[in-house]
Design a protein. Structure first.
Length: 186
């Protein structure tokens, strides 16, 4: 039975270790998704700052000019602003997708944590069972050792009693002969 319990304990240890590794991997993916979200928020913030700076500074320094070159500069400035706005929209969309990914990773991690907790509980129960079985075996071994000691002592006492009975019987058998010899010598 002890070997069976040891096998079960080893299996539970391996299952608990596997569940722990899965939780760690899921936590790593969640951390990576969180870091990506943070980077995306920072990139979006920088893009807004750039857009605001570009929106304010070229228009304030702008002097009216006529001619073809100024029309193309104005068009380039307008398309530049639109491109920056498009980049900002793209960054916002990407941030939302990364937040969804992070939330999905966190939701995926919850059952893994529950499974790990269950495996850990099973392992602790098995460890307690093994300890209990070892303690019972030790008690049984002590009991058997005590029973053997008691049996040996009982056999020893019995042998001593038999020797005493033999001596007493031998003394009694010799005693009438000695008494008569003692009477005759008187």
């Amino acid at each position: 039975m002890a070997k069976a319990l040891q096998r079960i304990l080893r299996i539970r240890q391996l299952a608990e270790e596997q569940a722990r590794l899965e939780v760690e991997q899921a936590a790593q993916r969640a951390r990576q998704a969180s870091a990506a979200c943070t980077r995306q928020v920072n990139a979006e913030r920088e893009q807004r700052t750039t857009l605001a700076a570009n929106w304010i500074s070229p228009r304030s320094n702008k002097t009216p000019s006529f001619g073809r070159a100024s029309d193309s500069d104005e068009f380039a400035e307008e398309t530049s602003w639109l491109m920056e706005e498009a980049v900002l929209e793209f960054l916002g969309w990407r941030r939302k997708r990364l937040e969804e990914l992070r939330e999905a990773e966190l939701r995926r991690m919850e059952p893994l944590i529950e499974e790990y907790t269950e495996r850990r509980r099973e392992l602790r129960q098995t460890e307690q069972l093994v300890e209990q079985h070892a303690s019972e075996e030790a008690m049984e071994k002590n009991r058997l050792g005590q029973a053997e000691t008691d049996e040996w002592f009982s056999q020893r006492n019995l042998m001593q009693q038999r020797r005493e009975l033999r001596r007493t019987a031998a003394d009694r058998a010799e005693a009438p002969g000695r008494r008569s010899a003692a009477r005759q010598s008187r």
